[in-house]
Ligand binder design. Structure first.
Ligand code: SF4
Ligand code: SF4
Length: 438
């Protein structure tokens, strides 16, 4: 019999929540708990709330499949109480002997794996560890939906996402992998502003782009359109050296960035204000201060919420992590992880975050409405997830049908297969993608 892990690899299932870790690895492990991550805390994006509301049975079936595969004794489903309709839909279909619900408040970033594992089990993942170290396997809700499909032999060919912000009709829907951002924005009624800029996968942890020819991958969770003169665009438009230069001269070491850091409040040795000191050590010594960045999860709260000077501690942490990795340095936290006594009182409500980000006017529902989608062409990337890229297994000029495997990862490497997301002809096999024309 073909194992669930083998089906997940063949059907191309990778984490749909952002990181894109191949799910078959998780299905091969032994765990005590399987956690469903339905926390969704990126401001303005509501695709997880919508998928839970409209597809609860598939998500729960995927969770049951993972519970069986890992030998877990219980599934724990993290979902925000504000998403009452989604929660009710899930509760109606859940096997309560196998799955219990963990109600979460509307805070940022309650979907961080370390946070979710702590909320659901009271366990703290060891520094630089993974949920499995404390008996947990965590999957995003859409990933679980894809697990169920794959268990029936259906590959991942589309992505559930929200298109929101300055668009005429914010909505959530399934989009074929490989279609362009331009087409997605058009499906949301088009941009409402003359100079639109995209935040791909969110404002806090996503990337900013002006490339409307970018394409949907298995990890694209949403597109947020903002006007080109928005405060957030101006902040992101700075180059990394510019961010560092400003930080070096303007940081007053107030340490608010550290005091609000969710990893610091959980008890990990992350202290972005100390990382900011590294900016002054341009020739040598910077990596000593950069060690305080190593356990940072890049949530962006320090840069976009905590810092009263509008500086860039998150970007300093990203640079610090990279610098230490390049130098082959590893920081091992020595002291035991101990939750900060102020943790519960320093949580950041989403409403407060939206205010600080100046995006309150764009907060609205993005209801699930499936449009008819017939792209003229798709560009499907060989690498859409953690691990190695898939290698083509079809030739240029070949006729392919939706769901057909067009690329496979080498057997001995971490990776998953890639499939055609529509019927058509292979027009091009480029180094980074396959182009299929209808
Ligand atoms: S909050 Fe801003 S000013 Fe204060 S220490 Fe952090 S980076 Fe410096
Ligand atoms: S981005 Fe900032 S707030 Fe978030 S974990 Fe890293 S240091 Fe902490």
């Amino acid at each position: 019999m073909v194992s669930l892990a083998e089906k997940l690899r063949e059907c191309g299932v990778a984490g749909a929540g952002g990181a894109g870790f191949p799910t078959y690895i998780k299905a091969q492990s032994s765990a005590e708990f399987v956690l469903a991550n339905g926390a969704e805390c990126e401001p303005l994006i509501h695709k997880d709330a919508e998928i839970m509301k409209h597809f609860p049975e598939g998500i729960l079936a995927g969770m049951e499949a993972m519970i069986t595969a890992t030998g877990a004794r219980l599934g724990k489903f993290g979902v925000k109480t504000k998403n009452a309709e989604s929660l009710a839909a899930l509760e109606r279909h859940a096997n309560r002997e196998r799955i219990e619900f963990v109600p979460l408040g509307d805070f940022y970033p309650s979907g961080d794996e370390y946070e979710l594992v702590y909320s659901a089990t009271g366990r703290l993942i060891p520094p630089a560890g993974i949920p499995l170290n404390v008996g947990c396997v965590v999957n995003n809700v859409e990933t679980l939906f894809n697990v169920d499909r794959a268990s029936r032999g259906e590959p991942v060919t589309e992505k559930f996402l929200s298109v929101c912000g300055a668009v005429r009709k914010a909505r959530s829907f399934w989009a074929p992998v490989g279609m362009t951002f331009r087409e997605l924005v058009a499906l949301a009624g088009g941009a409402q502003v003359a100079d639109p800029v995209l935040f791909v996968n969110g404002i806090m942890m996503g990337s900013m782009s002006r490339d409307f020819d970018g394409v949907v991958t298995k990890t694209t969770g949403g597109l947020i359109v903002l006007p080109g003169d928005h405060y957030l665009v101006t902040r992101r438009d700075r180059s990394i050296p510019e961010m560092a230069r400003i930080g070096k001269s303007a940081c007053d070491q107030c340490s608010y960035c550290t005091e609000f850091c969710p990893r610091y409040l959980l008890g990990y040795e992350v202290q972005p204000h100390k990382v900011m000191r590294s900016l002054g050590f341009t020739t040598t010594g910077g990596d000593i201060w950069n060690q305080w960045a190593e356990l940072c999860c890049s949530c962006g709260l320090c840069t976009l919420y905590a810092c009263p000077e509008d500086l860039y501690p998150k970007e300093a942490c990203d640079a610090g992590k990279l610098s230490r990795k390049t130098a082959g340095l590893k920081f091992i936290q020595q002291k035991p992880v101990q939750v900060h006594p102020m943790k519960e009182y320093r949580r950041v409500p989403l409403a407060q975050l939206r205010k600080r980000l100046q995006i309150e006017e764009y907060e609205r529902e993005a209801p699930f409405e499936q449009p008819e989608i017939r792209p003229a062409r798709v560009r499907i990337k060989w690498k859409q997830h953690a691990g190695v890229p898939a290698e083509p297994c079809v030739a240029e000029g070949a006729r392919v049908s939706r769901g057909q495997t067009v690329g496979r990862a080498p057997r001995d490497k971490l990776g998953v297969s890639v499939h055609a997301s529509m019927d058509g002809v292979v027009a091009r096999l480029a180094e980074e993608f396959i182009e299929i024309v209808a």
